[in-house]
Design a protein around this ligand. Structure first.
Ligand SMILES: Cc1ncc(COP(=O)(O)O)c(C=O)c1O
Length: 417
């Protein structure tokens, strides 16, 4: 017998109604708000059910890497569990080591690390924009949107432009006051489509107009890098989207994080030293926030070492595994917006209402994915997202492909044209 879910506060107001689908899934679907009881490699146990995990962002498998795990305890012994000064008050030496290594890896003028990208967007975008104009890509990540909204609240003008359309951006740039700062905010590798924007076109446009391009490459850092070619389509070194496109950091601030490919909790800005110094005194996370814990410092430093020694092998493996899934999706005639070959594969449903049943089907077959429900995505994009990691086994990938084949007989997907 199915019972109608009793929606808590979510169903009782206009704002709550907006989240009703999500709240229903949270209450009823095993794929939301789950308690993970155990992990074994990339397998997870929820209650009695073991599932292959395709929902994490641990793209390089660093969360499971013994060399990285072994780096934690010695650093805890040296520095204690948490450097509880705000960064302005005191920086344990590993912070400086991380920034120096990151600056070299990215080929950037300088870098500044802070706890999370969300912290960075909400505090740095308003500082950069001042009383000027923020121009936001219409598909930018919610955390960018929040940062832009705060900037607007502090007196900036907020303009949007159609995603991945440099002409649309140019039309908006013409409206912005050139005597004040103009900051163009967008994603690098998009967290839903897995695709990259035309970075060279946007960077050139920003330089032509004297605007600053602010790019969030949370999903690209560690995965894409310099000198991509046919043999290595992701490129080398995982040094993110600017190097992937052989671009420069002129008029460009890159934001990235270690909480995805590097399986740690830390984020960074790549920027000129004069902006770094401004942010040190003007952005609250540097002044006030509890910094990343020592275990994060240790896993970031060890992750940078593993990236140097084994990163390109892991990326090649990630590409190979992702290709198996994308080839299956293509063979089944399913639509995915992914045209890049990167390990984020969204599969939209023909009928948004099928999301509950699709979630239950995948769960019962031992496949764990991200359900992309409304309002996380617009109604016409409701579906699910698969994220492949280098530490998914070939057997898990084969199992996923088998389950997708069965799913495509059972449910109406959006089909490829
Ligand atoms: C594009 C993008 N930016 C930022 C974030 C948030 O990153 P953090 O956990 O460092 O705040 C995410 C995570 O979902 C993301 O996908």
């Amino acid at each position: 017998m199915t019972t109608t879910p009793r929606l808590s506060h979510a169903g009782t107001s206009a704002a709550g109604a907006h989240f009703e689908d999500l709240e229903r899934l949270r209450l009823l679907n095993p794929m939301y708000d789950a308690v993970i009881d155990q992990i074994d490699g990339r397998m997870i146990r929820i209650g009695d059910q073991w599932l292959a995990d395709f929902a994490s962002c641990n793209y390089l498998g660093f969360d499971l890497d013994p060399e990285i795990m072994d780096a934690v305890e010695p650093m805890l012994r040296e520095w204690g569990t948490h450097p509880s000064w705000s960064r302005l008050l005191g920086n344990p030496r590993p912070y400086i080591d991380i920034e120096e290594r990151l600056t070299e890896l990215l080929g950037a003028p300088d870098t500044l690390v802070l706890p999370t990208i969300s912290h960075i967007h909400s505090t740095v975008i308003p500082v950069l924009a001042g009383q000027g104009t923020v121009l936001m890509d219409s598909q930018a990540h919610k955390t960018i949107y929040d940062g832009c909204s705060i900037a607007r609240g502090r007196g900036a003008t907020l303009l949007r432009f159609e995603a991945n359309d440099p002409d649309a951006l140019e039309a908006q740039l013409r409206k912005a006051d050139p005597s004040l700062p103009r900051v163009v905010c967008m994603d690098g590798v998009n967290s839903m489509t897995g695709n990259t924007p035309d970075l060279p076109a946007f960077a050139q446009l920003c330089r032509d107009y004297g605007a600053l391009l602010y790019v969030d490459d949370a999903h690209g850092f560690g995965v894409i890098g310099e000198r991509p070619d046919e043999e290595n389509p992701y490129g080398l070194r995982g040094n993110s989207i600017v190097r992937h496109f052989d671009e420069t950091y002129d008029n460009l601030v890159l934001v990235g994080g270690f909480s995805k490919a590097y399986s740690s909790l830390m984020a960074f800005l790549a920027l000129p030293t004069h902006l770094k110094n401004l942010i040190k005194v003007a952005a609250p996370p540097y002044l006030y926030s509890g910094p990343s814990p020592t275990a994060s410092l240790a896993t970031v430093l060890a992750g940078l070492t593993v990236n140097d020694t084994r990163g390109d092998v892991l990326r090649a493996d990630l590409y190979r595994k992702t290709k198996v899934v994308l080839d299956t999706v293509e063979k089944l005639g399913m639509h995915t917006p992914n045209t890049s070959g990167l390990p984020i594969i969204e599969l939209p449903l023909a009928e948004a209402e099928d999301i509950d049943a699709v979630g239950e089907f995948l769960f019962s077959r031992g496949i764990y994915v991200t359900l992309a429900a409304y309002p996380l995505v617009p109604r016409d994009q409701v579906g699910f997202r698969i994220q492949v990691t280098a530490s998914n086994t070939d057997e898990e990938i084969d199992e996923l492909c088998e389950v997708l084949t069965d799913l495509h007989h059972k449910f109406e997907m959006r089909w490829a044209e």
